[in-house]
Ligand binder design. Structure first.
Ligand SMILES: [Mg+2]
Length: 367
């Protein structure tokens, strides 16, 4: 089966009220997403999303006319393009979606079919006052989640500790709590320096008193020695969500810089490479559970790969009502993905990714 076409449909959702994530100094009033559409001569169409795919025009020729099932060749082509341009891994998402549809299997089954569901952690993004976040933790617990992640601004580390204290008072040990300091990468134009090693260590030591499950990106990923110095202090250290190459993530794993490896399958080293990443991480006693924060398609792709490989104690579920809901996150899809009252995120059961685009967003039919 040959790939015959690759094209994109772009859509934007107005965000009122705006979403103000910890990692972006600019409030988000719109949310753009790009649907990647991959057509074949067998009538199968695959879809993907994650990166905005800006600048991809002209690279289609490296895929069109090639065998859909020649994944290794497609991944090599994407690596050569990614070196020069954007994170175009949604092409691989669309390829796996099409392969799953052609074989009548879920992508999770193609990746090993280890699990049908994974416990979700509610990954919050906004910064709130400590009492507000404690109230939010109560709601998240009551919705069935077994874990949640909070963000801590680098200029308000004390707020993070106060928030942990109030969350524990509100929900006791009902929730595992992850903490993300967002110190590994910056949005364009955000030129602030990261916090230093001593500051990070003081935060880690204060946070462990509240039994946190992991602390994410306390330092830049280049600071391998700094990251290693934070391990073994009573919690796990997580990171690697936005690496650009398989080599970067291998370096983090092989140096035991992290306890939790989070390379996003849509934004970092791709889906196929995730098998090696997970195996390599597991061999050294580390956990692989990827970042999923892009849009619903990105979440779905990460869910399928992670469930297929198996072994992840939790999977990230971007969710922070009222400003980040499943409906906002998944507006590109016909139906949002939701977590059951059991706190589990179930892998969609239809072939491929098992999800349909939201055709009402687009002027012309692209099915
Ligand atoms: Mg993160």
């Amino acid at each position: 089966m040959k790939i015959t076409g690759i094209r994109f449909e772009r859509a934007s959702l107005q965000l009122d009220p705006p979403f103000c994530p910890n990692w972006d100094p600019t409030p988000r009033r719109t949310f753009g997403a790009t649907l990647t559409i991959l057509e074949t001569d067998g009538g199968v169409v695959g879809y993907g999303a994650g990166d905005d795919m800006g600048g991809f025009d002209g690279y289609e020729k490296y895929f069109i006319g090639k065998d859909l099932f020649d994944v290794a060749e497609h991944v090599r082509a994407l690596e050569t393009i990614t070196f020069h341009a954007g994170r175009y891994w949604p092409i691989e998402v669309a390829i796996w979606d099409a392969i799953g549809k052609a074989k009548n299997k879920t992508v999770a089954e193609l990746f090993g079919g280890a699990e049908k569901s994974i416990p979700a952690y509610a990954s919050t993004g906004a910064v709130m006052t400590a009492p507000e976040r404690a109230e939010s933790a109560r709601s998240i617990r009551d919705a069935g989640f077994k874990a949640m992640k909070i963000r801590v601004p680098q200029t308000q580390l004390d707020l993070g500790i106060e928030t942990l204290k109030l969350i524990r008072e509100a929900v006791g040990n009902d929730l595992e709590i992850m903490v993300d300091l967002n110190q590994a990468w910056r949005m364009p134009g955000d030129t602030r320096d990261p916090i230093d090693r001593k500051t990070a260590m003081n935060f880690v030591d204060a946070a462990v008193d509240y039994g946190v499950y992991w602390i994410e990106e306390p330092l830049p990923m280049e600071d391998i020695e700094g990251l290693k110095s934070l391990r073994g202090r009573g919690t796990r250290i997580a990171g690697g969500e936005m690496v650009r190459t398989i080599h970067e993530i291998r370096t983090l794993i092989d140096n035991d810089a992290l306890d939790v490896i989070q390379a996003d399958v849509v934004l970092a080293a791709g889906m196929d490479h995730s098998r090696e990443i997970a195996r390599r991480a597991n061999e050294r006693g580390h956990i692989f559970t990827p970042h999923t924060w892009s849009n619903g398609y990105g979440l779905a792709a990460n869910l399928h790969v992670t469930a297929g490989i198996g072994g992840a104690p939790f999977i990230e579920f971007p969710f922070d009502p009222p400003t980040w809901t499943s409906e906002r996150r998944d507006f590109l899809m016909a139906e949002p993905i939701n977590v059951g009252s059991d706190g589990l995120l179930h892998v969609p059961t239809g072939p491929g990714l098992g999800i349909e685009p939201n055709w009402s967003l687009f002027k012309k039919s692209v099915a």
